[in-house]
Design a protein around this ligand. Structure first.
Ligand code: CLF
Ligand code: SF4
Length: 491
């Protein structure tokens, strides 16, 4: 296959912290493939300019922002007031974390110092979230004290909170007063008979309620809290854990209920369940959904509401861009010896550079959109990226692939898939490569900055087109489509 001629990207803009300088596109297509799947895209929902401004630097609330901006969590909230069957209390809250992860517990003062240290070292960190390791609102004093300290010393950092919702109605006024503009509630059911299979007990106002009585309290408090957030004009995201055979059929009803009460975004996350996590579900063989099942439920719920598909189920002390874990650079032992070099002017300058890069990427995206064409087949492609909205990572260094769905008009992000990185210590492992190929087997192409000769051969054998490029994701994906899928499509 002859490589297509290189094209030139939009005005180069550099942000050294992110290493996302746009240079000449160097796209090499290694082999053509077929086409296949047809799935539904999220319906576009009108977002006002004012709303855009509230989410534009939040990596969870804006899919586009997550390529550029980072978040951090501080683990200040150890206690919890309910029991979820997918949670082992030895580990972090599984509503916003992967199971089996233990975070280092901090006092509010230690947490505030850590935030100022990270804000200096990672100026693209724009959001501070409290998401555990238990429930933040089961620990209101520690949670709110932490927010107070940070709002006082780092006013440009957005504050974010994630809760099971049980105590939310009691705290909405305080949340508003502290200018916490983003709140997540995990809502897995709106029918207590479904909830009974997820929550064995709820501890409410000094009393433990078992079975359906407790679930009813949780449900009513979640709905009340959601409504109160809407009335207070606080943006609310709802997380739902997809549990096959338990709430998979029920999540469209959850979606409807939260939409009616003004939720802004719905994040349907897969249950992660294994016996070694020691959870009720893990020990009793309850499985999580596969990527196809997850996408099917997300698609079903995407008609009238924005869906989040880029969640990484991060830990209660996560630091960095979604998908990268820099928490080990900032352990308590390390950050307590670091100076808090938060500097508002320096941060603003970095953000300006990021915004210029975003504008250049957006312009390139625009020019890569073709004339609308109905009923063109949709195909999936796997992207290796380090961030910045670019294809810019070596295949062998990818720890996850972003999956885009491409047709004749658009290229849409639909999810990510984690893999073991192929190049470990400079050597490729055959077993690892096989695992990667299985993970992306339903894709038609791999788009990466570079792919070594051996994996290239194996990917091609498995029927995947290999595209080497360094450019805006949508642009490379659309170019691949025009050259390899369109010619095979019925006109
Ligand atoms: Fe943290 Fe959650 Fe705020 Fe984001 S995470 S409290 S909204 S700043 Fe984001 Fe992590 Fe998914 Fe949560 S990727 S687990 S959705
Ligand atoms: Fe665990 Fe979070 Fe559920 Fe509490 S709310 S039981 S910490 S998953």
């Amino acid at each position: 296959m002859t490589p297509p001629p290189p094209t030139t990207a939009s005005a180069p803009t550099s942000t050294p912290e992110l290493d996302i300088t746009l240079t000449k596109t160097q796209t090499k297509v290694k082999k053509s493939g077929g086409c296949g799947c047809t799935t539904k895209n999220d319906a576009p929902n009108g977002i006002s300019e004012a709303l855009k401004a509230r989410i534009e630097k939040h990596p969870c609330y804006s899919e586009e922002a997550h390529h550029h901006y980072a978040r951090m969590h501080v683990a200040v909230a150890p206690a919890c007031n309910i029991q979820c069957n997918y949670c082992n209390r030895k580990y972090d809250c599984a509503n916003e974390s992967r199971p089996g992860v233990v975070s280092e517990l901090l006092t509010p003062e230690e947490a505030a110092h850590k935030v100022l240290v990270v804000a200096g070292k990672i100026p693209q960190m724009t959001v501070l979230g409290i998401a555990g390791p238990g429930d933040p609102l089961a620990n209101p004093e520690k949670t709110f004290r932490t927010f107070e300290l940070i709002a006082d010393k780092a006013p440009d950092i957005k504050l974010c909170l994630s809760t099971n919702g049980l105590m939310l109605p009691d705290h909405v006024d305080r949340i508003k007063q502290l200018n916490v503009d983003h709140v997540t509630i995990t809502i897995n059911m709106v029918d207590p008979s479904v909830g009974e299979k997820i929550y064995p007990w709820v501890h409410y106002r000094r009393k433990r309620y078992r079975g359906i009585g407790g679930v009813k309290i949780l449900h009513e408090r979640q709905m009340e809290g959601l409504q109160a957030l809407q009335e207070a004009d606080i943006l609310c995201k709802v997380n739902s854990v997809l549990i096959p055979g338990v709430n998979d059929e029920h999540l469209p009803a959850v979606n409807q209920a939260i939409r009616d009460r003004g939720a802004f975004l719905h994040n349907i996350m897969p249950l992660i369940s294994a016996p070694e996590h020691g959870t009720y579900f893990g020990l009793n063989g309850q499985r999580g959904p596969n990527p196809k099942e997850l996408k099917a439920v997300q698609d079903k719920c995407s008609g009238n509401m924005k869906m989040m598909r880029h969640c990484r189920q991060c830990r209660a002390d996560a630091v960095g861009l979604l998908g990268e874990d820099r928490s080990q650079e900032f352990t308590k032992e390390k950050f307590m010896d670091m100076s808090a070099d938060y500097n508002l002017e320096k941060r603003q300058a970095v953000h300006l550079g990021i915004e210029q890069t975003r504008a250049a990427v957006a312009e390139k995206k625009q020019t890569s959109t073709s004339t609308p064409m109905t009923n063109s087949p949709k195909v999936l492609v796997a992207i290796a990226t380090k961030g910045g909205g670019l294809v810019n990572q070596h295949f062998g260094h990818a720890k996850e692939f972003m999956i885009y769905e491409v047709d004749a008009t658009t290229a849409q992000f639909i999810g990510h898939r984690k893999v073991a990185d192929y190049c470990q210590g400079g050597y490729g492992e055959a077993a690892t490569l096989e695992g990667i190929i299985n993970t992306i087997a339903d894709c038609k192409a791999v788009l990466a900055a570079k792919v070594g000769p051996c994996p290239q051969k194996e990917l091609q054998k498995a029927g995947l087109v290999v595209v080497e490029a360094y450019d805006v994701i949508e642009s490379v994906a659309r170019q691949f489509y025009d050259e390899h899928i369109l010619p095979q499509s019925p006109t």
